[in-house]
Design a protein around this ligand. Structure first.
Ligand code: SF4
Length: 444
């Protein structure tokens, strides 16, 4: 599972340089392309494939002098250059740059609708329709907030988005708040997918509310909550995607993960000598499990941090090879022991099967797998790259079948109720776990 994007926007001095550092802090949300657009009499964009530090060199940043910037990191399946963001497009005689985190559910029909109105699209990616719809309604209404109200009405799905146009920046979070978005103030105004990316620059931080729109125009900033629906923040931001030091809608991600481990230990205890984590994704939940169960926590698997980028090609062979090169067991911790192995989730099961086999080879006596989220059974249409149902190991089989497939002595998942208690929120999207998709995203 991969998050598709991270976004940033600012109205402050040296905007491009701050965007660069914020993108590095958001790199975990997308590693395949990065880009920054600034306003200097017109939109100027530098973007390319690769990590932030590969795309931007000092001369490129120096060319982007401005007090207004929007920026983006992306994970894309196509990898084609014209899919990088910020993407620039045109409508109604105006040009706009767009950065978007999420996926739109009615992109296809809307695109056809706008084509019938004579609009030509420059990109294949869904994000373009956000800019087109905004400019179309801006011409109709002559007011940025009214135009954005019309976008909320028209465009469904998940979007935390920022536009750069006419020397202004507009930032918005969709009315159910699928994707996180934070706002910070200090020597200027700052927005980012996660507040941890803002901390170096700001004194005050808060969440952008679902349905809230900010307009940065000259030195002024104005915000309005235009629409409010029942909230549906993606629960996988808490389980896996977001940085542990981020706070999403008032809940610290690390603390939520520790509580997931505590709930899991209460629901599914096991007799064992040691609790270990799949690094780094299972670590906070493993600590919670250990605290609640009283079974000591130890680092039983060590991660090679430098292997990652060598093997980015999708495909079974690469995934399997990657696991054995990436992780290795600490023999003193696992040999001859009954081990509780904690991870955040199981998607295809390939990685977990390899890890269990690796622990057995290292002489582990028993391997009890505990997963700090419920089984993933359904695809995501709101911006997360979840494989098709037939690739999800839990989609059709029982927990026992999954246990057999991964070769563990026992397997247990956190319940949906336990997960909600751990996050401390009811207003969550749980669709890939329950199959109940938020109605707003499909109201078209
Ligand atoms: S379906 Fe799952 S991954 Fe997608 S937004 Fe909802 S909770 Fe997140």
């Amino acid at each position: 599972m991969r998050e598709k994007c991270g976004i940033f926007a600012t109205a402050s001095e040296n905007a491009a340089k701050k965007a660069y550092y914020a993108l590095i802090a958001l790199q975990h949300r997308g590693q395949e392309s990065a880009g920054i657009s600034v306003w200097r009499h017109r939109i100027r964009t530098v973007a390319g494939l690769g990590l932030v530090q590969d795309v931007f060199r000092e001369p490129a940043l120096a060319r982007l002098k401005s007090n207004l910037a929007i920026a983006h990191v992306r994970y894309s399946t196509s990898g084609s250059l014209n899919e990088t963001q910020p993407l620039e497009t045109e409508c109604c005689g105006k040009r706009i740059a767009v950065v978007h985190n999420g996926t739109l559910t009615n992109f296809g029909p809307l695109r056809e609708e706008y084509k019938k109105r004579g609009i030509s699209f420059k990109h294949s990616v869904d994000s373009e329709i956000l800019g087109i719809s905004f400019l179309w309604h801006l011409r109709e209404t002559g007011d940025e907030f009214e135009a954005m109200r019309a976008v909320f009405d028209e465009v469904k799905g998940a979007y935390s988005v920022a536009f750069l146009f006419d020397g202004k920046v507009l930032v918005a979070r969709d009315p159910v708040g699928f994707r996180p978005l934070s706002y910070g103030t200090g020597d200027g105004h700052y927005f980012a997918s996660e507040d941890s990316a803002l901390r170096p620059f700001v004194e005050e931080i808060r969440d952008v509310e679902p349905g809230e729109v900010f307009l940065l125009d000259g030195g002024s900033v104005e915000s309005r909550v235009l629409v409010k629906e029942r909230g549906h923040t993606c629960v996988f931001e808490y389980i896996y995607f977001a940085r542990p030091d981020s706070r999403i809608d008032g809940v610290n991600v690390y603390s939520a993960r520790v509580r997931m481990g505590i709930e899991l230990a209460r629901e599914s205890p096991a007799d064992a000598d040691v609790v270990i984590a799949v690094p780094d994704s299972g670590r906070a939940a493993a600590l919670g499990f250990s605290t609640e169960s009283g079974i000591p926590y130890a680092e039983g698997l060590i991660k090679n941090r430098y292997i990652g980028r060598t093997f980015i090609t999708p495909g079974q062979f690469n995934r399997e090879l990657k696991v054995s090169l990436k992780l290795s067991p600490v023999m003193d911790v696992v040999k001859g022991k009954r081990v509780i192995l904690v991870d955040d989730s199981i998607v295809r099961g390939t990685t977990m099967r390899r890890i269990v086999a690796m622990l057995r080879k290292a002489g582990t006596r028993e391997v009890h797998v505990r997963i700090a989220s419920p089984p993933i059974r359904y695809p995501c249409y709101m911006g997360i790259d979840i494989p098709t149902r037939h690739e999800l190991i839990a989609a059709f089989g029982s927990v026992e079948k999954v246990r057999e497939a991964i070769g563990a002595d026992s397997l247990a998942y956190l319940s949906v109720e336990g997960l909600k208690r751990a996050v401390g929120r009811e207003d969550l999207c749980l669709a890939c776990l329950t199959g109940e998709y938020p109605e707003w995203a499909f109201r078209f």
